[in-house]
Ligand binder design. Structure first.
Ligand SMILES: NC(=O)c1ccc[n+]([C@@H]2O[C@H](COP(=O)([O-])OP(=O)(O)OC[C@H]3O[C@@H](n4cnc5c(N)ncnc54)[C@H](O)[C@@H]3O)[C@@H](O)[C@H]2O)c1
Length: 277
């Protein structure tokens, strides 16, 4: 099962910025018939739509708050009234970067609402059509933080583990029911979009801060090749094997790679906003 982009109608959540924006531009460049951006930031989404239209692509942006079930249902009906959706890319996400004891109940709820619960809301809109056509693709941009827990990510990392559990179970259910749909779980290490501004990496040759356009290209290549799992950089996938090691050994290895210090200088998008004001 592959997810060819030429001629496909592709919906991208969080498509107004960062990885979602790069995916939208890349998919349009690869001949997607219709790009549908779902984002809470209508202005930034509109700018991406203009850019796609400037080189002859077809795109639209729908203002959706993915944490509001009604907003997602409304957007689903609006999107489907203009035609089918072949590929859904669950990409929108947030991070607080706070230590566990600094997290408010609201911080945790907002993170899970967007990074986990919205996946159910979005996929529910488009899966019935895909099952009926026996064709379609569900892609979720999770994170390498869904491979191993990281300091200052008790909310974020847990939400990404949950996103991966959601996708693995969905894949299992579709296979069990004999429904031939494509699924892809994407797990990037840090990417230079601004979301994780301030993070540091100890061994940039092995664990580099990834370039957003390279990440988008790899995701689109993986979809077209029919891959079902993508960890970036490839070296980060070694953590899956290391999980069989005793916990103190695993902890020593992650300390050696400085994994738990990566967030020490984190400012994220808040830092970006402080600089602007
Ligand atoms: N940047 C990284 O280092 C990194 C690393 C691994 C995984 N990821 C994951 O990749 C995905 C994209 O990250 P990014 O770096 O491009 O982030 P980003 O902040 O650049 O983009 C996120 C987009 O989601 C939108 N959004 C936020 N809340 C929303 C809501 N309630 N409803 C609808 N849209 C909403 C924002 O407006 C924005 O356009 C996220 O799921 C993130 O967790 C990012």
């Amino acid at each position: 099962m592959r997810a060819p982009l030429a001629g496909a109608n592709v919906l991208i959540t969080g498509g107004a910025s960062g990885i979602g924006k790069a995916l939208a531009l890349g998919a349009a460049n690869r001949g997607a018939a219709r790009i549908i951006l779902w984002d809470i930031d209508e202005e930034a989404g509109g700018a991406v739509v203009d850019e796609i239209r400037s080189f002859g692509g077809r795109a639209e942006c729908c203002r959706v708050d993915l944490t509001d079930p009604e907003s997602v249902i409304e957007a689903g009906a609006q999107t489907l009234s203009a035609g089918r959706v072949d590929i859904v890319i669950n990409n929108a996400g947030i991070v607080t970067g706070k230590r566990f004891l600094e997290l408010s109940e609201d911080d945790i709820a907002r993170t899970f609402d967007l990074n986990v619960l919205s996946l159910y809301r979005v996929v529910r809109q488009f899966l019935p059509g895909m099952i009926e056509r026996k064709k379609g693709s569900i892609v979720t941009v999770a994170s390498a933080a869904g491979l191993v827990g990281v300091s200052r990510q008790t909310d974020y990392s847990a939400s990404k583990f949950a996103a991966i559990g959601f996708m693995e179970s969905l894949r299992a259910e579709l296979r069990h029911d004999g429904t031939p749909l494509h699924t892809l779980i994407v797990q990037p290490y840090y990417v230079n979009t601004g979301m994780f501004d301030g993070v540091r990496t100890r061994f940039p040759r092995l664990l580099p801060i990834l370039d957003v356009d390279d990440v988008a290209d790899s995701i689109l290549d993986s979809m077209e090749a029919g891959r079902q799992s993508l960890v970036m950089p490839a070296f980060a996938a070694a953590i899956k094997l290391m999980k069989v090691l005793p916990v103190p050994v695993l902890d020593t290895i992650t300390d050696l790679f400085g994994v738990n210090g990566t967030m020490d200088g984190f400012v994220g998008r808040e830092g970006e906003r402080r600089q602007e004001s």
